[in-house]
Design a protein around this ligand. Structure first.
Ligand code: SF4
Length: 179
């Protein structure tokens, strides 16, 4: 079994509603996406190794990605009662995080070298991040989001032939793993 086949098998076992192979040329690291982080609406900019600028420059990301040949986009889709259904939104975000961590654990257990890009949140592994005074405590578990990496998630999905939006009343969280 190839690594990508194994990855797909794991994604199915874990229960992601949707997944598909990422097209490496769809991974475009864009300064405009980084600018949205720099606006600091989430108040995490410059406060973690997984957020800009601590997660590295766009050029460094592009260099890192060259070490990988393929990967998978994995998605959790939840249904919302209405556009104010924040409970379902939060549950979906947690579910996606748990699933993506489970996928990462499987890859680490198999000693498969991987690059993990999560879904839109700053790392919460430690009560207080060591950034910028000391190295990250858990580099294997700390994942920058796709957005923090400078990726436009909907464009990456579209460029890879995967939907980003599954219709009215749904919300989808997307993560990416390269191997
Ligand atoms: S694992 Fe800890 S030290 Fe590393 S980025 Fe996350 S919060 Fe910071």
């Amino acid at each position: 079994m190839t690594t990508i086949e194994k990855l797909k098998e794991y994604a199915a076992e874990i229960g992601f509603e949707h997944f598909g192979e990422v097209k490496m040329d769809a991974l475009k690291f864009q300064p405009e996406v980084r600018d949205m982080c720099a606006a600091n609406k989430c108040a995490h900019y410059g406060r973690s190794w997984t957020c800009p600028p601590g997660c590295g420059t766009l050029e460094e990301m592009a260099e890192k990605v060259k070490q990988f040949s393929t990967g998978l986009l994995v998605q959790t889709t939840v249904e919302l009662e209405d556009s104010f259904d924040f409970e379902a939104m939060a549950e979906g975000a947690v579910k996606q995080k748990e699933r993506f961590n489970a996928l990462a654990d499987k890859l680490h257990a198999d000693n498969i070298k991987c690059l993990l890009m999560g879904a839109g949140e700053s790392c919460e592994n430690c009560k207080e991040c060591t950034y910028p005074d000391a190295p990250c405590r858990f580099p294997d578990k700390a994942q920058p989001s796709m957005e923090a990496c400078g990726l436009n998630v909907s464009q990456v999905c579209k460029g890879s032939g995967l939907e980003y939006y599954y219709g009215n009343g749904t919300l989808t969280y997307t993560c990416c793993v390269l191997v």
